[in-house]
Ligand binder design. Sequence first.
Ligand code: HSE
Length: 434
Amino acid sequence: MKPVKVGICGLGNVGGGTFNVLKRNAEEIARRAGRGIEVAQIATRRPNPKCHTGSTPTCSDVFEVVDNPEIDIVVELIGGYTVAREVVLKAIANGKHVVTANKALIAVHGNEIFARAREQGVIVAFEASVAGGIPVIKAIREGLAANQINWLAGIINGTGNFILTEMREKGRTFEDVLKEAQALGYAEADPTFDVEGIDAAHKLTILASIAFGIPLQFDKAYTEGISRLATADVNYAEALGYRIKHLGVARRTAAGIELRVHPTLIPADRLIANVNGVMNAVMVNGDAVGSTLYYGAGAGMEPTASAVVADLVDVARALTTDPNNRVPHLAFQPDALSDHPILPIGACESAYYLRIQAKDHPGVLAQVATILSERGINIESIMQKEVEEHDGLVPVILVTHRVVEQRIDDAIAALEALDDVVGSVVRIRVEQLN
Ligand code: HSE
């Protein structure tokens, strides 16, 4: 059978890795796909020193690849929402299948892209968009198809996890670790996407859609980053038996779907609490299967290429199939997507870690307990530290049982209004993940 012809748009880290893996494993890939997968053209603004393209035709205009009649599958590895969106829509209009690693594009413009792809009977595959080399989209979309998914929770930004790990284990500064992550090619072009949780929210939006069968709704995801995390809270969390991770959480409740990214305390003995460095992990809980865990490299040249090439194999196998019998882009049939709403953060439920800086006066703890009990907030544990020399204040740290966020907001406002409480109350969500 004739080989499938691929055009690569973007020869950066992931593009270079994709070319290298396709070349190195060509024989094994052909044995799997039933035919060869060949790179027919590459569009790139500059050569990639880690990738020797040899005689493969190269150009600088991505639209040359998109309009090349020889090409069956366009691989979009440009990133961003603008040119990438045009490339993908034009490729679809030209009747080409698309493979992309672009989570921002899928999370923000995926509904439009999939609608166009359906009209044209082409596939848009995006395994590499979430958690690098971990085949978690395939696992949820196909492997867990029997289940009603209850919740999922993941460490889905390698850069953020790398930063938290290095800060905790080696006491390095935030800026220092971020620079290293950029040099290693993990960080986004705009690293605030990593540290402020935007990249994780893109990925969570995609996971939630395929888990619950809802349209992509990135604009409704709640996003809180790690840049304001204090070392003191990392240490107090450890003392309480927890570890702080930057988690994406999606949960189905009767009222709606929670979609939130934020620093989270998780029990230190959970497997996912021990996912360190640039590694990612996603827990998925289904009603039939129970809890499952997917772990692996969440970023990097060849791990991400592994997912891109797996998609190419999938597309190569499906080229001759009836478009109506393919796996739907968002796992559920497009006319069966649900309009179950995304909940605002105030309506989400979680347990909470609170740190209060209090004056060393009698009765402070009683006032704190009264404010919480008046709002029906149950305290699970409480710890009062010794007076701090530099300001004479006493840190009071407590963990609550699960409660709707709006009630914690009210309690925090009341706590901050107390004469004996100084400054803002630190609040970090807590998830048991059991
Ligand atoms: N910047 C992303 C991360 C790359 O650090 O996880 C992979 O999506």
